[in-house]
Design a protein around this ligand. Sequence first.
Ligand code: LMR
Length: 394
Amino acid sequence: MFETLKQQPADKILALMQLYKEDPRDTKIDLGVGVYKDATGLTPVMRAIKAAEHQLWETQDSKVYTGLAGDPAFGDAMIDLVLAGAVPRANIAAAATPGGTGACRQTFELIQMANPDARVFVSNPTWPNHISMLGYLGVEVVHYRYFDEETCGVDFDGLIADLKTAKKGDVVLLHGCCHNPTGANLNSAEWDEVIKVLLETGATPMIDIAYQGFGEGLDEDAAATRKVAAAVPECIIAASCSKNFGIYRERTGLLMVVSANAGAQALNQGTLAYLNRQNFSFPPDHGARLVTMILNDPALRADWQTELEVVRQSMLGLRSQLAAELQRFSGSDRFGFLAQHRGMFSRLGTSPEMVEKLRVEHGIYMVGDSRMNIAGLNAQTVPILAKAIVDAGI
Ligand code: LMR
């Protein structure tokens, strides 16, 4: 029967990972997949994770099933990290999921269950897997303007005009911080405008927050999510622990549905548990347990925050260095936006042909839309990248 299958399109980011692996050049630079690397090129296990794993190994005496929505303590700890009391706990339904991707995927199914005619508005561009999963599920996608190719910032007027065309029953997918793939983000006043449009149209916001702590800081990066959740009657939040806890392969995420009242919360909670059961039954527990231990232990938490801050500062340092080197090589300020962008990624704003040229001639790997993983750089590779960009005529 399987001869009927068709070749599926390769995921752009994962295909690039493979190409990089196969490149024999020892000068190659990987700016593809969104994984943090330290100055030595390693993606380390964070100290607090190691300590929690050690503790867990000594104390865990059973691996019996948890609950369909995961361990409630994980939900509580993450709700506090992301929302910090912005909405009453009694109004929030939550379920652990396999990573932030799992939270997005469960959200899309939830949307389909609630309204088969829902359209999901996504930024142009957005994380490619958003579009891929929505397409797979047959959910209608509407692209709203987001990236301004001229300034490499946000096309805010375009964004607002497009979001105004949403209606009740539609969903607007927003990136809580550190926009992937562009690195261009809304400021606080712009978020207020977005909230106004959401209230006017009645569309439901879905916030994907996968990089809390990578932009301006843990609380600063969650500020927009908290503001939206507090302002609208209903909202969905898909949170990932992959990056800020460095536990990529453990698949740790949380889907939160903020409801208008505790009655609606009970229905939503039951639906999230049902959806988990249909797709994978109990969610993975190991990463979620480590996160819970860290967030609930003051010493582990303090150490995690310290290490996360080092990660954040190192990305900021690389951004400034790259902008300065590009200024030096090009003699122009046209790359200044790189220092303004936040998070792991920046979109350089060049053509796929130029991206290909950088890969073939210089062994520099970035996603075809010119998304660079800033955390893939180090102090030595920044000048090499800057020179290659200018030499290529970008
Ligand atoms: C990325 O955008 O590179 C990451 O979120 C990894 C992934 O799964 O694509």
